[in-house]
Design a protein. Structure first.
Length: 363
């Protein structure tokens, strides 16, 4: 199979012909039809995640099941699926509490970028190739666990279905599952990339009354309005003062941070009302410290860091697929470019330059 492999951090990906080995009874081989580029892929390629080399980036993908192990019962060859990057054991402390994103085995094995049994599935000659986030979807084939191959209706185009696998699930899920946003409430979203736009859509789906989008890019703010924002604010204005006007002098009931920088994290606490909820979706390097004005933490504010929208991928993807088919979830506006695997390095550069919401590689 052909795949894009990172062999040296910070260097261009190399197209290599690879082979699959060590397939286990719980594995599913998916022929990738489309995979979109997420900022996590960019961070990994730039070396910020400390991934062991060499590895295949990519984790937001859709395709068709090509082969299943004998222990797999949820999918069969020929099924269209969206890939989840959250394998989980189902039996640890966290899985029993319906928190699969915190699965102990998932976290124990993530640094090695190998499946739970510790065996690579992909090789370049005798060299084992790791899979980013248990997926590695910048490839013609990907090997995932049965639970990570989530069936979707065949009438969702693959270049749109792949979007459900990470950014959309993270943003919409944060609003519906993590914050449990109530109808009529006020919602503010900082950062209008794929995750932030998805949070805006989640707010609309939750029947929020006021939905405020904040970004520095006027084009992204226009897209936010199309997704459901009732008001927009551009960075550089009197953010706190103008925001108070839009929220009856209190601040927002919910603030979702999706920009991933220190200023955005601090702003989220300044913009939420006393007793309100902040959900952080963006991230900075894990060793970086972020300072806050102590007064911004006062007032019984609740703060949550969320990575994958809460709940299980199977449940979330099903809800999102149904919403798309009913017309309540928009997917087409995310796709700003459609490319081939040979163009992956160009796509990563454009993502780094903020020229894309989601570029999609199609096979």
């Amino acid at each position: 199979m052909k795949a894009a492999v990172l062999e040296q951090a910070g260097q261009p990906l190399q197209l290599r012909d690879l082979e699959l080995r060590n397939l286990a009874d719980g594995d599913v081989v998916v022929r990738i039809a489309a995979t979109s580029l997420c900022h996590t892929d960019l961070e990994a390629v730039q070396g910020h995640l400390g991934m062991p080399l060499p590895f295949i980036p990519g984790h937001e993908a859709a395709g068709v099941v090509e082969q299943v192990g004998r222990d797999v019962s949820n999918v069969k060859p020929g099924d269209p699926v969206v890939i989840s990057w959250n394998p989980h054991c189902g039996g640890c402390f966290y899985c029993k509490r319906h928190q699969p994103i915190l699965c102990q085995q998932y976290r124990d094995h993530a640094a090695a970028a190998l499946h739970f049994d510790g065996r690579p599935r992909v090789y370049y000659g005798d060299t084992p190739i790791k899979q980013l986030m248990y997926a590695g979807t910048f490839a013609e084939l990907a090997v995932v666990t049965g639970a990570c191959a989530v069936p979707v209706p065949p009438d969702i185009p693959m270049h749109l279905a792949c979007l459900l696998g990470c950014g959309v699930a993270t943003g919409v899920g944060a609003v519906l599952n993590i914050a449990k946003t109530v109808p009529g409430s006020s919602v503010t979203v900082i950062g209008c990339g794929a995750v932030g736009l998805s949070a805006i859509q989640g707010a609309r789906m939750a029947d929020a009354g006021t939905v405020i989008a904040i970004d520095r890019d006027p084009e992204r703010l226009n897209l936010a309005v199309a997704m459901g924002a009732t008001h927009t604010m551009q960075l550089g204005s009197d953010l706190v003062g103008e925001h108070l006007v839009l929220t009856h002098g209190r601040g927002a009931d919910y603030v979702f941070e999706a920009a991933g920088n220190e200023a955005a994290f601090r702003a989220s606490l300044e913009l939420v009302r006393p007793g309100g909820q902040v959900v952080w979706l963006g991230k900075v390097p894990v060793g970086q410290e972020v300072a806050f004005r102590w007064g911004s933490l006062m007032g019984e504010k609740r703060i949550t860091r969320s990575s994958y929208g809460g709940g299980s991928a199977a449940e979330t993807f099903s809800v999102l697929a149904d919403a798309y088919l009913k017309g309540t979830l928009l997917l087409e506006p995310y796709v700003t470019n459609r490319l081939r695997l040979e163009d992956v390095n160009l796509a990563l550069q454009r993502l780094n330059d903020r020229l894309e919401i989601r570029a999609v590689i199609e096979f």
